[in-house]
Structure formats: structure tokens, C-alpha cells
Design a protein around this ligand. Sequence first.
Ligand code: NAP
Length: 516
Amino acid sequence: MALPEFRNEPFTDFSADAGRTAMQEALRTVAAQIGKEFPLIIGGQRVTTKDKFNSYNPSQKDEVVAVCQKAAAEQVRAAVAAAEQAFASWSRGPAEERVAILLRAADWLRRRKFAAAAWQVYEVGKNWAEADADVAETIDHLEFFAREALRYARGQVMAPHAQEFSDYSYLPLGVVAVIPPWNFPLAIPVGMASAAIAAGNTVVMKPSSDSPANAYVFLEALEAAGLPPGVLNIITGSGGTVGDPLVQHPRVRMVAFTGSKDVGLRLYEQTAKVQPGQRWLKRCIAEMGGKNAVLIDEEADLEDAVSAAVVSGYGFQGQKCSAGSRLVATAPIYKEVVEAFVEKVRALEQGAAKDNYFCGPVINENARKKILEYVQIGKAEGRLVAGGEPGDGSGHYVQPTVFVDVPPTARIAQEEIFGPVVAVIKAKDFTDALAIANGTEYGLTGSVFTRNPEKLALARRDFFCGNLYLNRKSTGALVGVHPFGGFNMSGTDAKVGGPDYLLYFLQPKVTAIKYR
Ligand code: NAP
């Protein structure tokens, strides 16, 4: 089976009539569906529970987007059993069959990309371009991992031996628990789950309680593509309730998590503990938070650099693990950078995601409260020069906020706020700026703006982060172009969308045959 070379799905141009009209129509179509109920998916069966919970529209906080089932340990066990049963046949089928299903799912989604984006607009408050990019990344994951499955299915060629033939092949692991966050509500669940499925594993997915409806877009795509029952099971409910029974289940072979540092560390510890009846060491990938720096040097193109810093800091309200939540500028241009940055941030417009404002709401009331608490902390640590107030009360809005003259060790310069708050820090020089950039427990993304090649080379060597961008914003990683994952407390650096990712979901086996 030969596939054309992987290419990223193009983004929609919403400045053109065709893109705008398609999106408006999709928003109307999906508006008529929001509020519907989604069942648990266990072995292909639709299962409902007595207790339910809702997801809400962050732009219009009382609007229910999805009614979901509150699963308990019993349903988790049933889902793991269904996944294990499906594994027996799914793991043994040819890679070509898995690949064909993933490609059909990609095609299904490509034809419904505006509707898929509209679910994100309503459920997590993404503006059109952000939602469209998430759907494009999702299509990329399906296409990319399909190709990777074929590549790994070829195995490796071993060194010749006079009396033996040695064969190196990759086997799937078993049942993979997939636990995604809400902020890329389709791309991240699909990234982890489609890699697991492409490799021949089966999945029990627990979507984020803030974005469950989006997980069902993936299910719909895979079912339409012919995925056998039991290969993808979906269990909704709070992480606190269903997390432990899922992660600790002795028949779960691997946990693929993306989310906060606190939850990630908990799962990392839990997977290390061998449970009664468990016959393997569980594998765990945990991709976690960031406190990323955008570094602007006096030899940078300031207009470019400041514009990129604004997009890095406030795109999707700063709710990206890759967000540039620290802006570090060197002393000679510090004042100029601050003035230009603050002017641009003050000009950002905020409003409902469906109306396509650059800045929408944050995800929920807890996030809004937490961000405003950090604003109070920041007032004692730096100088508030923009925002700092809640926005329109109909949704979970927080104004785009800038603190300047922030010491590098301040809490707002060290802790992930995950909202539209940027701490601006002055560095003595480029070397000092790099030390500041490296001076947190995280190491996810980094951005450096300078035209000086020696400084770029220095950054390349010394900026310790998983995804380093030179003269480019810190967000917007593309599958296959910028495989993604961070260092230190940003996680296991599994590099989703890259050539090593599928290996996490596989185990190599060597078979040597002695000639007569
Ligand atoms: P989160 O609170 O850690 O939740 C992530 C997932 O874990 C959700 O599905 C959540 O379920 C579940 N969960 C919570 N407690 C659990 C437990 N005790 N056991 C098992 N699962 C549990 O993170 P989030 O707020 O959704 O996402 C934002 C975070 O993700 C940020 O820190 C961001 O930097 C990080 N992130 C990292 C990357 C990366 O690639 N490095 C990418 C995107 C986001 P409930 O929703 O039911 O609580």
C-alpha cells in the first residue's frame, strides 16, 4: 500500500466569502443540535447512567452544549473489558485495514470540517480560525499516523548472521487509556487515540468534562469509517471519579495523558504502581503545562516580534500549553517593546466565540476565578498596565492583561496561569534573557526574535525547551513539521505528530530462526 506524501491540511481563509458562509451555516446547523445527550460507548453499545452532567458554552455560560453520562467504576471496568476483547482481533489484523479506516475517517472529517469547528466554538469558546486549525490538526493526525502505521509495520532490517535469520517487528501493547484536556478538544484526543489505534491497540477514552461533545465527533468519524466495536470506548465523568479506576486498572497497558502538571504527576505515579493481577509495567506518556518565553532582542524586527508575542500570549485567551505567557525583552529595547505590546493588547477585541472575536471567554468559572486571583498576585509583583478585570458577565470573560517590570522569580512569571495574562520581564542582555527563559520548572516552547545569527545559534544550543521557534511565534505547531512535546515538568516529550510517537504505543519483538 503506497500513500501520497503527507501534507498538512490547509487552513480555511475566513476573509473570503466562501469560508465565512460555510462557517455561518455550520454554526446554525450545530446550534440546532446543542443540548443533546451523549451516551457512554462501551463495546459499540450506547449506555446511559442515572446521573448526568452538562458541558456549557463559555461565551454564554448558562447555555448547555451537551448532556453527558456520569460513569462510575463499574462502567470503567466494562469499557476496559470491551477494549480487551476487541484487542484480540484488532491487534492481529493487517496494518492496511487500520490505515484504510483512519484515512476514511480523515476524509469524513474533511467533508464536515466546519461543523466540527462549530462544536468547538460552542463548547470551548474558540474563534473560527482557532477551531478550524484544531480540525485541520485532527485530520493531519489521522493522515500522519496512518502513514506511520505502515512504516512501523515494515519492522527493521537486522544485521546478517551466518546461521540465523533475525526478524524485528513491532507489536501493539493492549488497552490504552486516553485522557485528554479540553483546550484542543478534537486534535489532542484524536492525536493520542488515533496513534494508539493505528498501532493496533484499543482505547478507553475519558474526554475532558469541559469538552465531551467534541470527543463524539471523533467517534462519529471512526464509526462512519467502519471501526469495529470495542476499539474506541468512551467513558465520560469527572476525572476524580473515573480517573483512578481507569488508570489503576490492571488490564490497562498504557496511559496516554495530556493536561495539567498536577494531574499528570499523579497519573505518572499511579501507573508506576503494579496492581494485583497486573502482568506488565504500564507505560505512561504525560504531556503537561508550560510557562513559555518569547524573547525579543535589540537586533530583532520589532514590529514582527511584538505582533508574534501578542498572538503567542493571547491566541485562544492564552489557553494553550504553548502560549507565550512570558515576554522577555533586552534592556536597550525594553521600553519600546512594552509600549508597542501594550498598545496592541489594548486594541484586542473581546466577545462571543461564534461572533469570531480574536479574544473569547476562558473555559469555565473556576478558570476565570483562578486567573483573577493571579491578577491580584501580579499586582504585588509587577505593574498592571492593561486589562486585569473580568469582562462581560454573560460568559467567562477576563480582559487581556499585561504586567510589566515583573521579576523573573515572581509567581506570575513561574506558574502556569492558563489565561490571557502575560508577564513582561526585562533582561540585561541576550545571555541574561536566555537564563530567564530557562528559569522555570517547565520547558515546552520558546520563541526567539533576533536577526543576529550568532545569537540564534546560542539560543539553539542553550534554550532548553522541547519546541524552539526562531523568529516565529511560540504557538501553532503543525503535525509532521513541528512534532510537539516539552522538557522537564512539561512532560515526557513524546513528540506527538513526529516519527517517534507511534513507538510509544508499540513493543518491538525479535524472532531469530536458525537455519538447518
Ligand atoms: P487537567 O485538569 O489536568 O485535565 C486533563 C484531563 O485529566 C481531563 O480529562 C480531566 O478530566 C482528567 N483528570 C482530572 N483529574 C484526574 C484524575 N485524578 N485522574 C485521571 N484523570 C483526571 O487539564 P485541563 O485543564 O483539561 O487542560 C489544561 C492543561 O493541559 C494545561 O496545563 C495545559 O498546559 C496542558 N496541556 C498540555 C499540552 C501538551 O502537549 N503539553 C497540550 C494541551 C494542554 P475532567 O475534565 O473530568 O477533570
